[in-house]
Design a protein around this ligand. Structure first.
Ligand SMILES: NC(=O)c1ccc[n+]([C@@H]2O[C@H](COP(=O)([O-])OP(=O)(O)OC[C@H]3O[C@@H](n4cnc5c(N)ncnc54)[C@H](O)[C@@H]3O)[C@@H](O)[C@H]2O)c1
Length: 426
């Protein structure tokens, strides 16, 4: 059976309201009494976005099929083990598996049966920092070969501007009877289960009907819905990540300037942000890596006639910070004779994800510049890593790579480069 909100709109098209009217009612009443469960397939459902979303939807009563090409990951999930850290997911996963409404598949066959198909596959940039359009297109093509009449196809991955409308045109030209919408994921990795209904959902569709169906879906989950056109939503998601990336670059550039003057950036940062609301959005300095911010800034810059020069400059600053740290160390130490320890290899604190972490860039440069590099991380299982104790015993100099809680109150005997200003100081 179709979700009642969806069937109501499908059967009585005259009931559609104009988009402008609907924009005005940002917070919709939650029609809990209307609720009837949907069959949902999540393509890329074993990933950092897809899996928490699947658990959340299953917990809200929907039937969820996780479709993922990574069989090993599916096996792990099937055993009730979360493949990555996600607050609250370890308890939820066994509950969902036991419900019988949470199914794992490596083939696409299950999706023809679904009422809603959500795509959450990765959308990386290539070695030239251009979006890997072909990989996304191939995945979409696979999905389209398995779709059936009347389904809602939701793109949740972060995509290059124009991708959704282009998909809408492709669907129409190939004669698929599908509604296509774009509703970007905006959670912070690791906090999806808390943030999925707390954050407003940006909702867009290739037709009024697609948009209405997507908006109803999120409203029924209790989320605030903000409606946009697909291009606005695509740009909105990319602007969000690009803004954050540039914001970090500002602080990182100031950090480098302060170092140049021989003063402590943290002292200035704390002084100028104290009780001064106009600097509320001013982030602290720190290594700015991870799977999203740089690649989304580059997605926005690619094919845009170099209009995003600020984004390109932010990349130079953020990606240049590891080199800067090492150049500063070289002014005081003969690194060729030193062992340097990197504390934390994840791209951010209390996280087990090393994707595009600048700690690995630090490690690479250090391996060229110093006698020995030792790396440690309590959350990342990597044969190249060693224990915190070995690093503390053997390293001459330490660099903080990720703000894991385990490092906050460390009092090491060696000097520590802490670009984040994270470790407690006496
Ligand atoms: N990680 C985040 O916190 C976050 C937040 C917001 C948005 N996003 C965006 O969401 C998207 C997914 O990011 P992610 O971090 O979850 O990536 P991920 O690599 O963790 O997950 C992607 C999953 O898709 C699977 N996959 C790849 N191709 C497939 C195919 N053809 N069919 C089925 N499964 C396939 C992979 O095996 C993997 O499990 C990206 O566009 C990203 O920019 C990520």
């Amino acid at each position: 059976m179709l979700h009642s909100g969806i069937s109501r709109k499908l059967e009585i098209p005259g009931q559609f309201q104009r988009l402008d009217d609907r924009r005005q009612r940002a917070i919709h009443e939650i029609t809990v009494s209307d609720f009837s469960p949907l069959k949902i397939s999540i393509i890329g459902g074993g990933g950092h976005v897809g899996l928490p979303l699947g658990l959340f939807l299953c917990d809200h009563g929907h039937s969820v099929t996780i479709v993922d090409t990574d069989q090993e990951r599916l096996d792990q999930i099937g055993r009730g083990e979360m493949p990555f850290l996600e607050e609250g997911a370890e308890e939820l996963l066994p509950k969902c598996l036991a419900s019988g409404r949470f199914v794992l598949r490596s083939d696409q066959d299950a999706i023809s049966d679904a009422e809603l198909i959500i795509m959450t596959i990765g959308t990386p940039v290539d070695e030239y920092l251009d979006p890997q359009v072909r990989a996304f297109d191939e995945a979409v093509q696979d999905v389209l070969e398995h779709t059936s009449v009347g389904q809602l196809l939701m793109i949740r991955s972060t995509v290059f501007p124009g991708v959704t409308d282009r998909l809408g045109r492709q669907v129409a030209e190939e004669g698929h009877d599908l509604d296509v919408c774009y509703c970007p994921e905006r959670i912070a990795q690791g906090r999806a289960l808390q943030e999925l209904t707390r954050l407003p959902q940006l909702v867009s569709g290739c037709s009024d009907r697609a948009q209405e169906r997507a908006a109803d879906f999120f409203r029924d989950l209790g989320a605030q819905v903000i409606e946009l056109s697909p291009l606005e939503a695509e740009l909105g998601k990319l602007f969000t990540n690009c803004y954050r990336y540039i914001n970090f670059a500002i602080s990182n550039q100031f950090y480098m300037l302060a170092e140049h003057y021989g003063v402590d950036f943290q002292r200035i940062y704390e002084a100028i942000t104290a009780d001064y609301p106009r600097l509320n959005g001013f982030s602290n300095s720190g290594l700015t890596g991870g799977p999203c911010l740089l690649k989304d800034t580059m997605q926005l810059a690619s094919f845009n006639h170099n209009l995003l020069t600020l984004g390109q400059h932010a990349m130079m600053v953020n990606e240049g910070l590891p080199c800067f740290i090492i150049e500063q160390l070289k002014k005081e130490h003969d690194l060729k004779t030193k062992t340097v320890g990197v504390l934390g290899m994840a791209f951010k604190g209390n996280c087990d994800d090393g994707r595009s972490s600048l700690s690995y860039k630090l490690k690479k440069i250090l391996s060229l510049e110093c006698r020995r590099v030792l790396c440690t991380d309590p959350y990342i299982d990597d044969d190249d890593n060693t224990t915190l104790q070995s690093v503390l015993e053997e390293a001459d100099i330490l660099i903080l790579g990720a703000c894991h809680q385990e490092y906050r109150d460390l009092k090491p005997r060696q000097s520590v480069v802490d670009v984040f200003g994270f470790m407690s100081r006496d």
